[in-house]
Write a protein that binds this ligand. Structure first.
Ligand code: PEP
Ligand code: MN
Length: 337
């Protein structure tokens, strides 16, 4: 249930409604937009007593949210969220660009690639220090040493850092080193981990699970939001289907649907969605046309030597070409790189 306050209602009127809602035993989620304030009424209690709030002078309307997700729903905010990652904005006219290798492999590797992606036009450097690998025998990441190398890459290039968390116990380290914390597809419904990043307030790059429906994905996002962290960026990275010629199937309609159902920005990962280098650029272009607010692309200058995901990694010159192509599509849909 949301209570939409009339445009121009005073702080006092808003607080009066908030305290009435709290008195009835519900939680409140306040969304102060440019135009008007929306009071989200949260909790599992019956919300019908809230309906009578429609007769209060400062209240414009009381609307039930029928979807299973609430805080991430578009209605809850009434406008698109702009999320700031240390000066890089997601959800605005400019497209946010994240690029880098799948894994941090050495100081030299990550610093070298950071310079290359920066030169091509990326804003944020990606690189896993803790890797959620399908096999326990695969490279698991350099852990804290990898975070230190990421920091060095940031100091040299000015790029912001996004890196994945796989265990709650690493939270303090991740908060210290990263500008944005990635929750990978395999942890999309790891609710304890979602609550922990929700408490951290760091921007979260939240990837859709490989078998998660859009409704389940947004309910999972509500776990982060309901802990008080509004800085959630959704990421479509392909889902499991019967098709086995690509690593996953990029669900582009989910991009349009998420931007319809939710106020949160949506990023597309054409690398994990396809698993095939040659398909990354066409899918990046398609993502732009579908309305994506950003892209995350794996880039490696020696993909044949990469510890993980070499076959889907663009070489730096291919990445540069990809951005050139994408910028044409972005302009056609009223966005820019
Ligand atoms: C990654 O970004 O390297 C990764 C493991 O992605 P996903 O969680 O989407 O598989
Ligand atoms: Mn990867």
């Amino acid at each position: 249930m949301i209570i939409v306050m009339k445009a121009g209602s005073t702080e006092e009127q808003i607080q009066e409604v908030v305290s009435l809602v709290r008195k009835l035993g519900y939680q409140v989620h306040l969304s102060t937009g440019v135009e008007r304030t929306i009071i989200g009424v949260i909790g599992h209690k019956d919300k019908s007593p809230i309906q009578s709030f429609a007769s209060l002078e400062a209240v414009e309307s009381v609307i039930p949210i029928l979807k299973p997700f609430k805080l991430s729903s578009f209605e809850m905010k009434g406008e698109r969220s702009l999320i700031d990652v240390d000066g890089v904005t997601f959800g605005g006219e400019q497209i946010a660009l994240i690029a880098g290798p799948c894994s941090v492999e050495s100081r030299d590797q990550i610093v070298r690639i950071a310079h290359q992606v920066k030169q091509a036009g990326a804003h944020i450097l990606r690189g896993g220090a803790y890797k959620p690998r399908t096999s326990p025998y695969s490279f698991q990441g350099l852990e804290e040493e990898g975070l230190k190398f990421l920091r060095e890459a940031k100091e040299e290039t000015g790029l912001r850092i996004v890196t994945e968390i796989v265990a709650i116990g690493d939270m303090d380290l991740l908060v210290e080193y990263a500008d944005m914390i990635q929750i990978g597809a395999r942890n999309c419904q790891n609710f304890a981990l979602l609550k922990a990043v929700g408490q951290s307030k760091k921007p979260v790059l939240f990837k859709r699970g490989m078998s998660t429906t859009v409704k389940e994905f947004l309910q999972a996002a509500d776990y982060i939001l309901s802990e008080g962290n509004p800085n959630v960026i959704l990421c479509e990275r392909g889902i499991r289907t019967f098709e086995d010629s690509t690593r996953n199937t990029l669900d582009l309609s989910a991009v349009a649907l998420l931007r319809n159902w939710s106020h949160l920005p949506v990023v597309v990962d054409p690398s994990h969605a396809t698993g095939v280098r040659e398909l990354v650029m066409p899918m990046a272009r398609a993502a732009m046309a579908a309305g994506a607010d950003g892209l995350i692309i794996e880039v490696h200058d020696r993909p044949e030597e990469a510890y993980s995901d070499g076959p889907q990694s663009l070489r730096p010159d291919e990445f540069k070409e990809c951005l050139r192509e994408v910028s044409g599509i972005a302009a056609a849909v009223g966005r820019r790189l």
